[in-house]
Design a protein around this ligand. Structure first.
Ligand code: RRO
Length: 300
């Protein structure tokens, strides 16, 4: 029997696949559908105030993955109640993602949304598409300050979502763990990058630059997860370029406790969760593996 149940700390997941933040926008009905297949679902990052995001084109497939500059669209945390209400009765753990323009925003939003009792609050300290450039998770002191402040205002377990675009992701991981993070989500998109349409003679994205995701970034995500697992005792949601069961197994072997699914929804449709779970099970049966515990961290 191939048992694909997973654990994130004390939180039990019926399978290791977690819908990554932002993939299905702020539409709760789509998250609900995914919650019937995935191990857990993550909401689009909720920000301090209403924001429309950047103009279209905001997402483009470029042959090796996606490039996006969606631009943090959000109704603002004070308007998030309806979305939480609609997601109240889902049968899988709910991860609420939040971002702020400053540390006080993170704390205020976390405190406010805690009343909706998400299972985890993911701190998006790593969006590459902010106009002011600096990411909270590019600096150990700032990253740990965010986590420490948020912890004063909520008892809900926290996951720090990190950027690979930093000097030393292990140092950042150590800092957020010391500050009290319960989990790490690694990684957000890589870059920003740029794609130029040579006929139009200009960048294809309206915002010009954007974060890279999909198959091209999987080796970067796997390396980040591997390095964090090797050096920090903290459950990791390994995210980045997982398209198929074999990629998910690779991520688990690198040390992830659960696996984020983002761009794969674009490539393989919303049923990708069932497809990848079936592929994981088939691999386990073929390789005489009974449970995911037997493969997590096995590449070390
Ligand atoms: O909304 C976005 O443009 C966005 C976000 Br918040 C993020 O965290 N990562 C990303 O690639 N895009």
């Amino acid at each position: 029997m191939a048992d694909i149940s997973a654990k994130l700390g004390k939180i039990r997941l019926r399978n290791p696949l977690i819908l990554a933040s932002g993939i299905l926008g702020t539409e709760a009905s789509m998250l609900k559908r995914v919650s019937e297949m995935a191990g857990a679902v993550t909401m689009k990052s909720i920000g301090p105030e209403r924001r429309e995001g950047w103009h279209n084109p905001a997402v483009l497939e470029y042959g090796y993955g996606l490039i996006n500059a969606v631009g943090l669209p959000s109704p603002g945390y004070k308007e998030a109640e309806d979305e939480f209400k609609e997601l109240k009765d889902i049968k899988t753990p709910l991860i609420a993602s939040i971002y702020g323009n400053n540390v006080a925003d993170f704390a205020e939003i976390a405190e406010h949304i805690s009343k909706y009792k998400p299972d985890i609050i993911e701190l998006n300290m790593s969006c590459p598409n902010k106009a002011d450039g600096m990411l909270f998770s590019q600096n150990e002191d700032i990253a740990s300050y965010v986590v420490r402040e948020v912890k004063k205002f909520t008892k809900i377990p926290l996951s720090a979502k990190l950027t690979p675009n930093c000097k030393d992701i292990v140092a950042i991981a150590k800092a957020v763990k010391r500050a009290g993070a319960d989990f790490i989500t690694a990684i957000n998109t890589v870059g920003p990058g740029m794609i130029i349409d040579i006929n139009a003679k200009k960048p294809v994205l309206a915002y010009k630059k954007g974060g890279l995701s999909g198959p091209a970034i999987k080796p970067i995500a796997v390396r980040c997860v591997y390095d964090i697992y090797e050096n920090v005792r903290i459950p990791i949601i390994g995210t980045g370029g997982v398209m198929a069961g074999k990629d998910a197994i690779e991520m688990l072997m690198a040390g992830a406790s659960a696996v984020g699914i983002g761009s794969a929804v674009y490539y393989r449709g919303i049923n990708v969760f069932n497809k990848i779970n079936d592929e994981i099970k088939a691999w386990m049966i073929k390789n005489n593996v009974d449970s995911l515990k037997q493969i997590i961290g096995k590449a070390h």
